[in-house]
Ligand binder design. Structure first.
Ligand SMILES: Nc1ncnc2c1ncn2[C@@H]1O[C@H](COP(=O)(O)OP(=O)(O)OP(=O)(O)O)[C@@H](O)[C@H]1O
Length: 268
């Protein structure tokens, strides 16, 4: 593997929602141009953690943090941080597609237009290239001016990824991007993540409960769980291959075994 460059360094992060402690003492690096998977049982704080990487959770609740999250060496919790800029550079794709009630084209162009005026030809190019990068062009090229909400669930999810790609983020956070999709649509979303990964130009952090999928699409894996006080912690972080074949912590091994089965574990 080439030299690893941390895009984000999480240092001893603890997070509270309305004074209730949700995460404690999380430290890990998220490497540039790699895919990092976040796995763990329901309620252990995976979504809370990834939302803390672009401060999205502040839109939902009163949040307090201790520790640091450094995005290319800048602590994103410093006062002078421009949150719009941060969320453009570290963008988020949610479990359910959250498209705007507007056309396919306008959904993708929306964030680009906010950044400033561009000639129509240039905007057209950006939109086309983002939709192509999201492996969706052939399916929507004749529907660009129809409502995005008429697309299938899987197409809508890939359009959300196109919309995120259009503003050229450095990192995309994906919270269960295949949630609720039928197997064919889920395979297409997974294929898209895989093709973005192979181009090695984008850092991705992906939450998934599908551990087989995690073994296929991620370079690194972090296993989260709750401690005896029901507070979320990161138990172990490492190369995906290592986490799935030779994890150091018994809790990681038990979780992987329970989700994948022993034969799978031993054969990997
Ligand atoms: N906006 C919020 N306000 C208050 N508490 C919240 C909020 N969002 C989540 N929590 C709490 O934080 C804890 C962690 O939730 P979170 O959604 O991060 O877990 P998760 O590991 O992503 O779960 P799942 O796998 O089920 O999606 C839970 O106890 C949850 O109730």
């Amino acid at each position: 593997m080439n030299k690893l460059i941390p895009a984000i360094k999480v240092k001893n992060l603890s997070l509270y929602y309305n004074t209730q402690k949700i995460l404690e003492g999380v430290s890990m690096d998220i490497y540039q141009d790699k895919v990092t998977a976040i796995i763990g049982p329901s309620g252990c704080g995976k979504s809370t953690f990834i939302k803390s990487l672009n401060r999205m959770n502040e839109l939902e609740a009163d949040v307090q943090v201790e520790g640091k999250v450094e995005f290319y060496n800048q602590n994103i919790y410093e006062r002078r941080v421009n949150l719009n800029r941060l969320r453009r550079q570290v963008s988020m794709v949610l479990p359910k597609p959250n498209l705007f009630p507007m056309s396919v084209y306008d959904n993708v162009a929306y964030g680009v237009k906010i950044l400033g005026w561009r000639p129509k030809v240039e905007l057209d190019q950006i939109v086309e290239s983002a939709i192509k990068d999201a492996d969706l062009w052939d399916e929507v090229k004749n529907k660009l001016h129809k409502s995005a909400l008429e697309l299938s669930g899987g197409q809508q999810q890939r359009l959300c990824i196109a919309r995120a790609l259009a503003v050229k983020p450095k990192i995309i956070l994906m919270d269960e991007p295949c949630f609720g999709l039928d197997p064919i649509a889920a395979t297409k979303v997974e294929g898209l993540i895989q093709s973005l990964r192979l181009r090695s130009e984008l850092t991705m952090v992906i939450i998934s409960h599908n551990l087989q999928q995690v073994t296929r699409i991620s370079d690194f894996t972090a296993f989260f769980s709750t401690n005896e006080h029901r507070i979320g912690q990161m138990v172990e972080f490492g190369l995906t291959k290592k986490i799935f074949t030779n994890a150091l912590d018994v809790r990681t091994r038990e979780y992987v075994l329970s989700r994948l089965g022993s034969s799978k574990y031993e054969n990997r």
